[in-house]
Write a protein that binds this ligand. Structure first.
Ligand code: FES
Length: 134
């Protein structure tokens, strides 16, 4: 069997790099926000945990039971969101994540939805908890 030619399949080097060496994998105990989303079509699941200080995301971790693109996109989204104001992070779209990764094959764009949506869910959860405290 020859070497797998990832470029032929359409994965950028950056996608492969995040897939083989994902950042911020794991779980945060007592997070300030938590999001969990699933894709009913492929059955993949993603969880996102955030720690927030004064509306700034100070720590973020994810766990995914998903494909390589889901792993790469969630790794990327955690890197993008760390240090961001929650309102800014809320605006990160799947297109932004894919751009940062130098593209995803069209068939895999839905995977980046999962990452962006899980982050949005976690931020929504954070805002809800904050409103309840006030
Ligand atoms: Fe389901 Fe990628 S195939 S998230």
């Amino acid at each position: 069997m020859g070497d797998l030619n990832v470029e032929q399949i359409g994965y950028s080097e950056k996608v492969m790099e995040h897939f083989t060496n994902p950042r911020n994998v794991g779980k945060i105990e007592n997070p300030d926000g938590y999001g969990k989303v699933g894709n009913p079509v492929c059955g993949d699941l993603m969880e996102m945990f955030i720690k927030v200080d004064d509306d700034i995301i100070t720590d973020i971790k994810f766990r995914t039971f998903g494909c390589g693109s889901a792993i790469a996109t969630s790794s990327m989204v955690t890197e993008m969101a760390k240090g961001m104001h929650v309102d800014e992070a809320m605006k990160i779209t799947r297109g932004d994540v894919a751009d940062e990764l130098e593209g995803l094959p069209p068939r895999k764009m839905h995977c980046s939805n999962l990452a962006a949506n899980a982050l949005q869910e976690a931020i929504t959860d954070y805002k809800k908890r904050k409103a309840e405290k006030e």
